[in-house]
Design a protein around this ligand. Structure first.
Ligand SMILES: C[S@@+](CC[C@H](N)C(=O)[O-])C[C@H]1O[C@@H](n2cnc3c(N)ncnc32)[C@H](O)[C@@H]1O
Length: 238
């Protein structure tokens, strides 16, 4: 079983570095956010005062962008690390209907602090820190916290189904970084794809196995909505 407290995400310096540099090395981060906003407009907009949950919210960027586009949202943000939640609180200070919950995914599964259902559940670049069985348990938790016809979207990295594909996907990621940052920053940022691969806190599963897991739980309209190498958006509907 994975252990949040012994992971790098419970380390202040590691968490600060992520907040500082993620825009520079996560390919097309804002395009992914635009896709989420479009999905929300298309599928959730008709709901009155929609309840939205972000699992592993980090500094709250995704929720901030979504709330800027719809101020009726009632937001709940969950993260295992207090400093991440503090950053999210600062970022979302201007929005009124926002709740912050410090809990690990493992905590949610054992002693659930969220006693409500949500119209839209999101997670970005967080669930791959769980092992396969824990992911399935969290997907099940998510299913049971969705309102009727509510949607789940997971923006996350996945494992390629073949080793040679995985190698190319990591090259593709390096090529993206190389084309996006100036020369002075390349020595710091180009090693990140390999560091991601070597990091023992990352447990990515293949996209197909996760889509199958969602279907087996009962999610409908399961699909992958975006893919660029290992970077995906996938999910489904209750
Ligand atoms: C890569 S960051 C992503 C943050 C944010 N969602 C984003 O897209 O920028 C991963 C986040 O998941 C949180 N996290 C990792 N493992 C977790 C766990 N087991 N339970 C709760 N939060 C976790 C970390 O604290 C961190 O904020």
């Amino acid at each position: 079983m994975s252990d949040f407290d012994s992971s790098q995400w419970a380390d202040s310096e590691f968490s600060q570095e992520y907040r500082k540099y993620a825009n520079d090395y996560l390919p097309d981060r804002f395009k992914l956010i635009e896709i989420v906003k479009s999905f929300f407009r298309h599928f959730i907009y008709e709901v009155d005062a929609p309840r939205v949950l972000d699992l592993g919210c980090g500094d709250g960027l995704l929720m901030q962008e979504l709330m800027k586009s719809d101020n009726r949202i009632r937001a709940t943000l969950v993260d295992g690390f207090s400093e991440m939640l503090e950053s999210a609180k600062k970022r979302l200070a201007d929005f009124r209907d926002v709740q912050f919950v410090q809990a690990t995914f493992q905590d949610l599964l054992v002693d659930d602090p969220l006693h409500t259902s949500f119209d839209f559940i999101l997670s970005s670049f967080a669930i791959h820190h769980l092992e396969t069985q824990e992911k399935k348990a969290l997907f099940e938790y998510i299913y049971h916290h969705l309102s009727a016809d509510g949607f789940f979207l997971n923006l996350d990295v996945v494992l390629a189904p073949y080793q040679d594909l995985e190698e190319w996907y990591l090259s593709l990621w390096r090529e993206w970084i190389s084309a996006s940052v100036d020369s002075a920053r390349k020595p710091d940022l180009l090693p990140i794809p390999q560091q991601y691969k070597d990091n023992p806190d990352n447990f990515p599963d293949t996209l197909s196995s996760q889509l199958e897991a969602l279907q087996a739980i009962g999610f409908k309209n399961v699909d992958c909505f975006y893919k660029y190498g290992i970077f995906t958006i996938f999910g489904g509907k209750r």
